[in-house]
Design a binder for this molecule. Sequence first.
Ligand code: XIL
Length: 387
Amino acid sequence: MFKNSSPNRRRFLYIALSGLAGATAIAVGKNIDPIYYSHTLDNSKRDFRVTGQDPLKKRAAAKGLIYGAACGQGILASDKNLKASIVRECGVLTPENELKWQFVRPRPDVFDFSRGDWMASFARAHNMLFQGHTLVWHQQLPEWFKEVVNRQNAEKFLVEHITTVTKHYAGQMHAWDVVNEAIKPKDGLKAGLRQSPWLKLLGPDYIELAYRVAAQADPKAMLVYNENDLEHNTPEHEAKRTAVLKLLERLKSRGTPLHALGIQSHLLGHGSLNPRKLRNFLSDVASLGLKILVTELDVIDQKLPSDSMVRDRMIAAMYEDYLSIVLDERAVIAVLTWGLSDKHTWLSMVTPRSDGSPVRPLPLDSNFKPKLVWNAIARAFDQAPKR
Ligand code: XIL
């Protein structure tokens, strides 16, 4: 449809058409919340200007917040530009894969901390906090897991794993994503629990057990429950918010040593936000005495237009809108993006674009130059209330 038209005309057409789509949705949808945000609406006039040159970690710290990113050990050790950017921008570092079962436990009786240790000492050397990810998850379990772990020995494996890994890093971890993604209402199980190997092997109490074991081995780390698909204005995300809140309430009422909720925030660039519902959810979580961390922020641009200037504005608008809602809640203490530069992002594998152009989900471009996303994050920090 956009063939043979100039980039400006294409942009105009896109904005006009998508504006129409948004307006129609608002006009026809009786049940649509009046403060429904659609990111396909025109943001071409939005001002992404930022004052000064301070890196993100400094802007965050000025508000009592922590900013950082996830990163792989191999690329951090080999890519000098990434290293310099991480050191400049980040106040916290988290290993993208290195502490998952698959890598940290190559055999039932072997723990390999070499990559994790390298990252912990990198973080220390550059005055960054270190955040652990993750101790209990249904994905990235080693090949041997299925053969070896059964109902009889699962508790022993889980307790031994959490104890060994958290003890190894005790005193070095600012926070631990203890349990990751335990809720999935679509699976149709009681309390919205996900059909995970841990649930099958141990029943629902595996969650509480994990926190008790972690707290005993590393009493100083902030223990986080980390979850995805909580952010958007869809029935699925709403169901997940409800189920997660119930889980957190139950854990707290039983005295479980749980300190924070991690909202992953892999946002859909074409998705919508409902500020009222999101704010209410965060404030309900906060009222349980929990802190909140944005743990894996990035924006999926798979369905956004090809033109990278238009696309960057839409991605940055999503970042700024989302962060300005979330950072209003004083219980939110940290923002971590899942990567820092578009050169290294899991989304290039998971949600590639059909036009073949590279995805652009992160603050720095593939040459490590700040994009509008960087500005959007900087602006959200600059405008955030002080903790
Ligand atoms: C992803 C990593 O980024 C990829 O490199 C890996 O292949 C799969 O896992 N939610 C999580 C993270 O909690 O651990 C995932 O990380 C992204 C989704």
